[in-house]
Ligand binder design. Structure first.
Ligand SMILES: [Zn+2]
Length: 528
């Protein structure tokens, strides 16, 4: 537990509780339960960020207001695990007492798995609600309502399966809807430039935006687009031409091809705009989540533009240009592959500046259902996963070659044994043609049989030649990927890695500066 806890139940009790009998409509006096298992700690001061619980409280306030209530007590178990049966969560225990004693009319919480992660705890909560059907118990996400039988069943399930995919799908969907308003918002304001608030295209902006994406795909530069827009009278809020980085964001934003995106506000503020593909929201099968607005271009057209921009960026990098003054030119090798070891949410890529240098890292986001509990610097992690990938790829190729080789060799052996049979059969046929033969056949019959056998022999010999050539080919060709890997763009590398790696589960970094491979668990795509 943290030492600075301004919002604990203990010091929130000073708020007056309404005990006047039935002066309808009474405002519900609710508690808010907040928890994150592992809060970020400032490496220097050791202070907890409290960002997760602060966000939870904000959402709880909004929900309480929707329920015609107000939050009079805050139960705060920040930085405390709920899945460890040996840990007593002080404020959770206090919450149960207060619910039982009727000190509060109920409580609200972010999601079931914040309140309970063990069946036992979930059952304790349910018992209290079963005994008192007037109590309010509602979750911000997940649809849990503890005052109903169904709601309690769902609560137990969500609590116990908190780390399991099934529940995170539901939450991701709920969150996707919640974030709809934020999604796609760029520097021009609330609505995405080119759409109205109902997701319909607005001309001439939509057409200009679409043309820009197609033009980039055809090789136009971002500066050209910037000039085109200025010429068309498109200006920024300050009346000046639209910023370079805004142009990039508009071109690379996933919403262009109908994909949903998420953008944690914290990572937006003061930072360069994100690289579009990095903020695509994926479902648990790894497919992009589709939004409800009219799309501007097809995914193919979108990726074509992205590809061109990424190639340019990589070319610039090789020439030693950092692209620093052109933010937005950034992509991450493991985007969409990493998952939080605590909550299974996909990690997002970001960068922070340390001593004037951009240091990229991956973190479990606080939005998009993340627990915010894991932050890992990118370099070592990428290097490690890339190395393992290449190793696995080489092994796979070797295995394939061996397997193909074995099949071919088997086929050759079969063909060869048939060939020697054929020679014998031809001899036999020739023998039966002779007058002294036992089961004599006519010369015409014999010639027919022989030509059939000869035809078969010809086919088999051809087959053997083909198969042998194939084996040799397998033996000689080392796959292009291994040779060309270093020249691949990050985007292409990521694409290839996704074929073998399903996901990488990342645990919290161990203490100390050394990279610990045990904190990284790779889920490989199973063959066949
Ligand atoms: Zn997490």
């Amino acid at each position: 537990m943290s030492t600075t806890r301004p919002l604990t139940s203990q010091n929130a009790t000073t708020l007056p509780l309404n005990d006047v009998e039935e002066e309808a409509p009474r405002v519900l006096q609710l508690g808010a339960y907040l928890r994150i298992s592992d809060d970020d700690r400032d490496p220097e001061t050791g202070e907890l960020s409290r960002e997760g619980v602060t966000n939870q409280l904000k959402e709880c306030h909004a929900l309480a207001a929707d329920l015609r209530g107000e939050i009079v007590r805050v139960y705060d178990d920040n930085d405390t695990s709920a899945s460890d049966p040996f840990i007593v969560r002080k404020d959770f225990e206090q919450l149960l007492k207060d619910l039982q004693a009727g000190i509060i009319d109920g409580f609200v919480f972010k999601h079931s798995d914040r309140v309970a992660r063990q069946a036992f705890d979930a059952a304790r909560v349910c018992q209290i609600f079963e005994r008192n059907d007037k109590l309010v118990g509602r979750a911000v996400t997940g649809g849990t309502d503890l005052s109903t039988d169904n709601g309690r069943a769902m609560f137990v399930m969500q609590a116990v399966m908190g780390g399991v995919e099934a529940s995170s799908i539901r939450r991701r969907k709920a969150d996707a809807n919640r974030h709809k308003a934020v999604d796609g918002k760029d520097h021009t304001g609330r609505r995405a430039w080119g759409w109205d608030e109902n997701g319909r295209l607005v001309q001439p902006y939509a057409e200009l935006r679409k043309k820009a994406i197609l033009d980039i795909g055809d090789g136009a530069t971002v500066s050209q687009i910037q000039a085109d827009w200025a010429e068309a009278g498109i200006l920024g809020k300050n009346g000046k031409p639209v910023l370079y980085k805004t142009v990039i964001l508009r071109i690379t934003h996933p919403r262009n091809c109908g994909y949903k995106a998420y953008m944690p506000t914290r990572e937006r503020r003061g930072n360069p705009p994100p690289w579009g593909p990095d903020i695509i929201m994926y479902d648990t099968k790894g497919k992009p989540v589709i939004g409800e607005w009219e799309r501007l271009v097809t995914p193919e057209q979108y990726w074509r533009a992205i590809r061109v921009l990424e190639k340019r960026k990589d070319a610039a990098k090789q020439k030693g240009q950092t692209g620093g003054s052109r933010p937005g030119h950034r992509t991450h090798l493991l985007s969409g592959l990493l998952r939080c070891g605590k909550c299974s949410t996909r990690l997002t890529a970001s960068a922070r500046t340390i001593k004037g240098e951009k240091v990229p890292f991956y973190r479990c986001p606080i939005t998009n259902n993340g627990c915010g509990g894991i932050t890992r610097s990118a370099a070592k992690l990428e290097e490690y996963v890339e190395e393992l990938y290449l190793e696995a790829f080489a092994k796979k190729i070797a295995r394939q070659a061996k397997r193909t080789g074995a099949t071919e060799t088997r086929k050759i052996t079969a063909a060869e044994s048939r060939l020697s049979e054929i020679s014998k059969e031809i001899e036999e046929v020739m023998a039966r043609r002779k007058p002294e033969a036992k089961r004599r056949i006519s010369t015409t019959q014999a010639l027919d049989l022989i030509s059939e056998l000869e035809e078969e022999r010809g086919k088999l010999r051809h087959q053997v030649r083909e198969l042998s050539a194939k084996i040799e080919e397998h033996r000689k060709t080392s796959p292009a990927l291994l040779k060309e890997w270093v020249d691949y763009t990050t985007d292409k590398k990521r694409h290839e890695m996704g074929k073998l790696i399903k996901a990488v589960i990342v645990e919290k970094a161990p203490r100390g500066r050394h990279f610990d491979p045990n904190s990284v668990d790779i889920g490989w795509v199973e063959e066949d």
